[in-house]
Each structure stands twice: as C-alpha cells, then as structure tokens.
Ligand binder design. Structure first.
Ligand code: APR
Length: 239
C-alpha cells in the first residue's frame, strides 16, 4: 500500500475539495452526477444571481444545508483529524467545502475558504460578523434582516468574489514543506494555484483522489483512490 511519509520537520498543508465529502453522500460539483449538471452557476452562485433572485439562491443553499446537515463524516475526514492530533501546529487544513464534516470529525486548525453553509451574513457587508443560521428556508419572507436593515445572505463565496482568509492561507502555504490536495478537480482559482505556490517554495506536493486533477502536472506524486478508502493508513509519521 502506498504511503506518504511525514518527516520530523515537515509542516503539512492540506487542501480539500468536494471529493472528500463524496463518500458522506454529499454531491460534488463537476462529476457527471455533480451539482453543476443540474444547476447553472450563474443562476445560483454569483453576485448577479443574488441580485436577480435571492429566493432562488436561498432555495439552492437550503437544499445544500439539508443534504449536509444529515451527512456524517467519513473515514477520510477522521484520518485528517487524526493526522492533526499527531502533528499539532505543524498541520493546517484549508477546505473549499462549505459543509462542517471536517469539524465534526475533530479537525480544529482549519479555514473554510469558500464560506460555511451553517452561517449567514449581511448582503451589504455592513461590518456585522456572520451569524449561525441552520434554517432550511421554504420562502424568502422567512429570511431575516441584518440590524442595518439589509437582507441576510448565505455565508458562501460566490463566483467572482474573493475567497476568505487568503492572508492566513498564503502564510501557511509559504511555510509548508508538504502539501496534500484531496478530492478537488483543480479547476477553481485561486485554490487550484496553491499547489504551484507550494512547489515554488520547494514543498513536496501530493494529490489524492480517484482521478488526476486538471492541474496534475504540478504534483510530485498522485495517489489514485477514494479519500475514505485511501486516507486511513496513508500517512507514515516519522517524528
Ligand atoms: N474521494 C476523493 N476525491 C473524489 C471522490 C472521493 N470519494 N469522489 C470524487 N472525487 C473527486 C473528483 O475526481 C473530482 O476531481 O473530487 C473532485 C470534485 O471536483 P469538483 O466537483 O470540481 O469539486 P471542487 O474541486 O471541490 O470544486 C471547487 O467549485 O463550485 C465550486 O465553490 C465550489 O468549492 C467548490 C469549488
């Protein structure tokens, strides 16, 4: 069985995508049975879509909430939480996923660069922080208002918006010596560039997933397989 060695002085940066939650029953985006086969991005996941129809956008994200809240973490999520237990602050997880399965598996040092399903925020970015919101909305009239009067929107990074926590992510990439990218097609930027940034700094770069991603040429190693099957037992921690 293929192993990824983690040396005593390694700092590990992990980037995950929809593939890591696939075995938990959450649809990916670009696989043949993925979400973007059934929806148009420009209808549900852009600032213009929100402008044109907040009801349609909330409908889409309410359905995502429903699916994510009933899902359970799979062995892939647990393997990453266990790796963090071993490595402590030498481990950092950046997920593109908006579900909370990493947290529910025990991961703590993580950022959600594309936002979180279980939160909402002011559509006008008035300065109020995002709030917890787990409602499955059936109609727009049920959606609350911010204290400034604007409508609350999903705490999701729409296409065309800046991902969250980029400063922290950049610092963690710069000091990592091993980057592992798991279950992402490598087609959405800037996340698809992280492997190149890490490689420029001299890090080893490993991809894990059932098929090679679009940015495959940037990886020093590719481990083919499903996250939930491959991740448990993949890491050999040497110090
Ligand atoms: N284990 C690991 N990887 C898997 C599994 C699995 N069990 N099943 C599928 N995959 C892989 C697919 O091979 C594919 O490369 O997961 C990847 C999913 O790719 P996408 O659907 O494009 O998802 P992702 O890369 O996370 O999308 C990035 O795009 O739509 C936006 O904001 C959304 O965060 C998302 C971003």
């Amino acid at each position: 069985m293929q192993k990824v060695s983690i040396l005593a002085n390694d700092r590990v940066f992990v980037l995950t995508g929809a593939g890591v939650s696939a075995e938990s029953g959450i649809q990916t985006f670009r696989d043949s049975d993925g979400l973007w086969a059934g929806y148009r991005i420009e209808d549900v996941c852009t600032p213009d879509a929100w402008e044109a129809s907040p009801a349609r956008v909330w409908d889409f994200y309410s359905a995502r909430r429903e699916a994510a809240f009933k899902a359970e973490p799979n062995p892939g999520h647990f393997a990453l939480a266990e790796l963090e237990q071993w490595l402590g602050e030498r481990f950092f997880l950046c997920t593109q996923n908006v579900d909370d399965l990493h947290e529910r598996a025990g991961s703590e040092r993580l950022v959600h660069m594309h936002g979180e399903l279980a939160m909402a925020r002011c559509e006008d970015d008035c300065g109020q922080p995002p709030v917890s919101d787990r409602t499955i909305y059936k109609s727009l009239t049920a959606v609350g208002r911010c204290s400034c009067g604007a409508r609350m929107r999903p705490h999701i990074v729409f296409f065309g918006e800046m991902p969250l926590e980029m400063g922290k992510i950049q610092r963690e990439i710069d000091r990592s010596t091993l980057m592992m990218v798991i279950g992402t097609s490598g087609s959405v930027y800037p996340a698809a560039n992280f492997v190149r940034w890490a490689r420029q700094k001299g890090a080893r770069t490993v991809y894990i997933g059932p098929e090679a991603p679009q940015n495959a040429e940037s990886f020093s190693e590719i481990v083919l397989g499903k996250a939930g099957q491959v991740l448990p037992g993949l890491f050999q921690v040497e110090g």
